[in-house]
Design a protein around this ligand. Structure first.
Ligand SMILES: *Cc1c(COP(=O)(O)O)cnc(C)c1O
Length: 397
């Protein structure tokens, strides 16, 4: 593919690109310049919750472009107010800060945590092994994977990593100096790993005892990806601070930090900011995304999520030697394999289905929330074919 060579000459080589040159998207499909159609089961890494070409989102963007594209945060902007109101009404939180990205939302949450903690003489933050919070130095400071951190040392001080889903380790790592605990209720990049019920309960018990903030990273799992607005709702708990991003801007760059009454007054005039944060076009798209999902799509997530899981479990019964485990909630699903998954991903793409490989051996599925049964059937059919081919190959060799 010639464009790959051109890209290599032009851009810093940070991304491994797929060998698909996309011309346009349509619903749950992408179409390349040769007219080949691909079922998109990763949806812009969880961004394109409504697939491609949603009319309501397009209309919201165009309408706002006609009014103004940017004013700066010197001004009160109608789309920010509308989106903040929607987010707070749905979630029950007290305040919003808008950012441009997930990692900037995490950065904001770190600053909020430190400033809140200062009042109580606390500055320690605890985060978890195998997590992903983004690529800024602050986000990297919350992570332990060499792959993301190597070469960027030194990181922020007073941050401690506890073992994810380990009830004893979190007990050892938090104390009266802990200002906040950062947590993905379902680890995304880490391989679609939901937190254990007991582990979450322990964190909230410790929060009572030591008076720290719980900060939920819902950047990948939020906005009904798991069937509820936040993944933490499955655990019956309420974190103090939540970071959102990925699907929030309908494909435009937008993140948000939501906070409860404990943190509502921490940021004061001039203590935090962002030139592009809360861009009005992105916020208008965000309002459209939320209204559209509320308009019948939430039930679809639950129904199709269950259906996809059932069909995958049957595939696991059939191909138990390769498919080790099916994990996740709603339409955030990981298929853990006993081998590396890059080869399987390539073969699926040849058959017209785009999936993603994360943590080396987990096939990650984050399909558009509008996906239907027929698309699940197509994906399962192709996945079954690939698994059969691999089985036959290993028998021959
Ligand atoms: C994608 C992601 C981030 C980072 O978001 P960016 O917009 O890429 O900065 C942070 N946390 C989680 C859980 C994510 O999935």
């Amino acid at each position: 593919m010639q464009v790959l060579e051109i890209e290599r000459d032009l851009l810093f080589q940070t991304y491994r690109r797929l060998r698909i040159y996309v011309k346009y998207g349509e619903g749950v499909y992408l179409v390349d310049f040769d007219g080949r159609r691909y079922l998109d089961m990763i949806a812009g890494i969880g961004v394109n919750a409504l697939g491609y070409g949603n009319d309501r989102v397009k209309r919201a963007i165009l309408d706002q472009v006609e009014k103004y594209i940017h004013l700066s945060n010197l001004f009160v902007q109608e789309p920010q107010l509308e989106l903040a109101d929607l987010l707070l009404k749905i979630s029950g939180y007290k305040k919003v800060f808008f950012t441009n990205s997930g990692t900037e939302a995490i950065e904001t949450a770190i600053k909020l945590t430190r400033k809140w903690g200062k009042k109580f003489g606390k500055n320690e933050i605890v985060a978890f092994s195998n997590s992903f919070h983004g690529r800024t130095m602050g986000a990297l400071s919350l992570m332990d994977k060499i792959k993301y951190r190597d070469g960027y040392e030194p990181f922020l001080p007073e941050i401690y990593i506890a073992k994810y889903n380990d009830v004893e380790d979190i007990e050892k790592k938090v104390n009266h100096r802990t200002a906040g605990v950062f947590l993905e209720f379902v680890q995304g990049e880490g391989g679609i790993i939901p937190a254990d019920e007991r582990f979450v309960q322990k964190i909230f018990e410790l929060r009572e005892k030591f008076n720290f903030l719980v900060v939920a990273d819902e950047i990948q799992s939020g906005l009904w990806r798991t069937g509820t607005f936040f993944a933490f709702e499955h655990y019956g708990v309420k974190p103090d601070v939540v970071a959102l991003a990925k699907p929030l801007g309908g494909g435009l760059p937008l993140g948000a930090v939501l906070g409860n009454e404990r943190v509502a007054d921490v940021f004061t005039l001039g203590t935090h900011g962002s030139t592009f944060g809360g861009n009005p076009v992105a916020c208008s798209a965000g309002c459209a995304v939320i209204k559209e999902i509320q308009n019948g799509i939430i039930d679809n997530v639950k129904e199709i999520g269950n259906y996809l899981r059932e069909r995958l479990l049957k595939l696991k019964d059939k191909h138990g030697e390769i498919v080790k485990n099916i994990r996740g909630i709603g339409l955030m699903i990981g298929v853990e394999l006993s081998t590396e998954c890059f080869n399987i991903v390539d073969r699926l793409i040849e058959k017209g289905v785009i999936v993603n490989c994360t943590s080396n051996n987990v096939i990650r599925l984050l399909p558009p929330l509008i996906i239907e049964k027929e698309h699940v059937d197509l994906f399962i059919e192709k996945f079954d074919e690939v698994l059969n081919e691999i089985k036959q190959q290993s028998l021959r060799s």
